[in-house]
Design a protein. Structure first.
Length: 219
């Protein structure tokens, strides 16, 4: 699994891990710039290159929601690789730092699911996560998230789609927000509305997500 590491500050205080695709990498420089603008905490950002978005980030198989390609069940393998291959190397290099896992769209879904599967993450930063994913609502109702902080956001036009599955995203994320409040306390989770649809400002939205968690100790 290929990764790209960017350090911010002489001595990082946090490790940020973000599964990414080609578009994310195109705007990554600006995202990291904005994180530094929104927070004074030092960090190391680790971009994890995902080869097959519809396979490697989804926890169980599902029929196609858009296009003709079905979803796979590769999330467990991806999480295992992050936990067993990437994180130990990062800890060896930077020390036992708090780890924030975050992502956009299906990477946001993966990050949230990972927060339910393991207690290793200090925070989950999920911007416009694909919480419309089939059976994810049922899954979160049957499990408790195991992280200290959760950031959620959604564009205010994302639910305005003719796709019946994806149109549920606003209801699903508000339901998830309530569950997270119940699991970890209302002061440890936030849900923000962004302007626009799903396909704009991913770098800005992710920077806000990571920075909110980085800034928790300032409160």
């Amino acid at each position: 699994m290929n990764i790209q590491i960017v350090e911010s500050g002489i001595k990082p205080e946090y490790i940020l891990i973000q599964p990414v695709d080609e578009h994310d990498m195109e705007v990554m420089e600006n995202e990291i710039h904005l994180i530094k603008e929104y927070s004074d905490k030092s960090f190391v950002h680790v971009a994890v290159i995902i080869n097959d978005w519809n396979l490697d980030l989804t926890p169980w198989g599902a029929e196609p929601v858009f296009g003709k390609k079905p979803f796979g069940d590769g999330a467990a393998d991806t999480l295992q690789s992050i936990n067993e291959d990437i994180i130990p190397d990062l800890i060896h290099q930077y020390g036992q730092l708090p780890i924030i896992l975050g992502g956009y769209s299906l990477a946001g879904l993966f990050s949230l699911w990972s927060g339910y599967e393991t207690f290793k993450f200090y925070g989950i930063a999920a911007a416009s996560p694909s919480v419309w994913y089939p059976k994810f609502n049922q899954y979160t109702s049957e499990h408790k998230i195991q992280t200290t902080y959760v950031y959620l956001s959604l564009g205010n036009k994302e639910a305005k789609t003719k796709n019946r599955v994806m149109a549920t995203v606003a209801d699903e994320i508000t339901s998830l927000y309530a569950k997270c409040q119940n699991d970890i306390g209302s002061s440890n989770v936030i849900f923000e509305w962004n302007q626009g649809n799903h396909f704009i400002d991913s770098d800005i939205r992710m920077a806000k997500a990571f920075a909110w968690i980085l800034n928790r100790e300032n409160i």
